[in-house]
Design a protein around this ligand. Structure first.
Ligand SMILES: *Cc1c(COP(=O)(O)O)cnc(C)c1O
Length: 395
C-alpha cells in the first residue's frame, strides 16, 4: 500500500526544512534560544513591542524563535495556516477549549478518547458551564443526534486509543459544518505523515508532541494547528495570559523529531503490521485491533484516509487480567510504561493504567476489557519483537 508515497516524500522534505531561518553564524541545525525575555534598542521600541504596534519578540511566554520554528514546521506538515505550541498535549486541548468556548457552549466528543481528555471535559471544564455529550466514535447517527443549537465543537481521535477504531473525518466534518460547529481531530496516533485531517475537512488539529513527534520519549509538549483567524483571535490571547507555553529546549527536541518523522512512521507501521498479522493467528489471543488488518471494521476508511496504518496494536489476551498481567510481566524486550510512539516498543495494560481513572462503566462502554493489552511498536526488528511475544505467551 503506497498510494500516498509521492505525498510522503514531499512531507519528508517539509519535515527537514520548513520554518528554518539562519542566524549570522550560518549554523546548519536550528539553534535553541534559551532566553526568557528579549532586549529592546531603546525605551520607545519597548513600548512599541509591548503595545503590539511593532511586531517582534518580547517574552518567551508570548513568542520564542525556537518555538516559532517548530510551530511553522508543524503547520506546514499539517497543511494549516498556523500552529501554537503548548507545554503538553493536554494543555493544547485545555487551551483550545478555554480559548474557543464559553459557559453555555456544548461539545460533542467521542468517548473513545485519551483518558485525561475525558477527565478534563467531564470533571474540570464542566465546572465552568461548558457541556459535553459523549458518543461512540464510529456511530455517525449518534453524532448527529447529539448536536444541539449551542454545539460549537466536535472532538475525536482517530485511530482511537487503545482500540484503533477509525472515524470518517470527511463525514464528521460535513456534519459539524452543517450544524455551524467546527471539527477538532487529535492527530497524535497518525501524525501528519500518515493522516492530514485539515485536508479531509477538519478545522483544528491537536497534538501530543510527547509521542511520535518526539519519538524517543524525552519531552512533554503539544500543539494546536488551525487557521490564522482562530490562532490570532482565540488562541494567542489565551496563551499570553494563561501561559501554557512550550519551552525552547523542548521545541528544539521536537524540531529534531520532525526531521526523522517520515521514516520513523513508515517503520513503526511496517513493524506493527507484521506483529498484528502474527498475533491474529495465535490461539491465546481473542481479538486483534489494528486498522491494517482486512478484518478491522473500518479497514476501508483507514486505507482511504491514512497513508499507512500506524504503530499501535492492541489485543485481548484469553483469560482476563490475570493472564494479561502474567504475559506483560514475562516480556523482556517491551518496556512496561504508559507512553507510546517511542523508538523502544512499549506494552501497556489500559484498564489498570491509562484508563484506570475513568469509571468501570465508561471503560466497559469503550470496550476496554481486563484482558486488553496495548503495544506501541518501536523501531526494533519485528522478528525480535515476535520472538519476545511468543516466549512470554508460553511462560
Ligand atoms: C498522550 C496523549 C495526549 C496527552 O498528551 P500529553 O503530552 O501527555 O499531555 C492526548 N491525546 C492522545 C491521543 C495522547 O496519546
Amino acid at each position: 500500500m503506497n498510494a500516498n508515497q509521492e505525498f510522503d516524500d514531499a512531507l519528508a522534505t517539509i519535515a527537514c526544512r520548513a520554518g528554518t531561518s539562519q542566524t549570522a553564524e550560518l549554523e546548519n541545525s536550528d539553534p535553541i534560544y534559551a532566553t526568557s525575555s528579549f532586549r529592546f534598542k531603546n525605551a520607545a521600541q519597548a513600548a512599541a513591542r509591548f503595545s503590539g504596534n511593532e511586531p517582534g519578540n518580547v517574552y518567551s511566554r508570548f513568542t520564542n524563535p525556537t518555538v516559532r520554528t517548530f510551530e511553522e514546521r508543524l503547520a506546514a506538515l499539517e497543511g494549516g495556516q498556523c500552529a501554537v505550541a503548548t507545554a503538553s498535549g493536554m494543555s493544547a486541548i485545555m487551551g483550545l477549549c478555554l480559548g474557543m468556548l464559553a459557559a453555555g457552549d456544548h461539545v460533542v466528543s467521542s468517548y473513545n478518547v485519551f483518558g485525561s481528555t475525558i477527565n478534563l471535559f467531564k470533571n474540570i471544564l464542566s465546572k465552568f458551564g461548558i457541556e459535553f455529550t459523549f458518543v461512540d466514535l464510529v456511530d455517525q447517527q449518534a453524532w448527529e443526534a447529539a448536536i444541539r443549537p449551542h454545539t460549537k465543537l466536535l472532538f475525536l481521535e482517530t485511530p482511537s486509543n487503545p482500540l484503533t477504531e477509525v472515524a470518517d473525518i470527511g463525514a464528521l466534518a460535513a456534519l459539524a459544518h452543517g450544524a455551524g460547529a467546527l471539527l477538532v481531530v487529535d492527530n497524535c496516533f497518525c501524525t501528519p505523515i500518515l493522516q492530514r485531517p485539515l485536508a479531509l475537512g477538519a478545522d483544528i488539529v491537536v497534538h501530543s508532541a510527547t509521542k511520535y513527534i518526539d519519538g524517543q520519549g524525552r519531552c512533554i509538549g503539544g500543539a494546536i494547528v488551525t487557521s490564522r483567524d482562530i490562532v490570532d483571535n482565540k488562541l494567542i490571547p489565551l496563551m499570553r495570559s494563561g501561559g501554557p507555553s512550550m519551552s525552547p529546549f523542548n521545541a528544539w527536541v521536537f524540531l529534531k523529531g520532525l526531521e526523522t518523522l517520515s521514516v520513523r512512521m513508515q517503520q513503526h507501521s511496517r513493524g506493527a503490521g507484521i506483529v498484528a498479522a502474527w498475533l491474529a493467528e495465535q490461539q491465546w489471543v481473542n481479538e486483534v485491533h489494528y486498522p491494517g488488518l482486512p478484518c478491522h471494521p473500518q479497514h476501508d476508511i483507514a486505507t482511504r484516509q491514512q497513508s499507512h496504518y500506524g504503530g499501535i496494536v492492541s489485543f485481548e489476551v484469553v483469560g482476563g487480567r490475570d493472564n494479561a498481567w502474567r504475559f506483560i510481566d514475562a516480556l523482556r524486550l517491551f518496556s512496561i510504561t504508559g507512553n507510546l510512539g517511542d523508538s523502544r516498543s512499549i506494552v501497556t495494560h489500559p484498564a489498570s493504567t491509562t484508563h484506570c481513572r475513568i469509571s468501570a462503566e465508561d471503560r466497559a462502554r469503550s470496550g476496554i476489557g481486563e484482558g486488553l493489552v496495548r503495544l506501541s511498536i518501536g523501531l526494533e526488528e519485528p522478528d525480535d519483537l515476535i520472538a519476545d511475544l511468543a516466549r512470554a505467551a508460553n511462560v
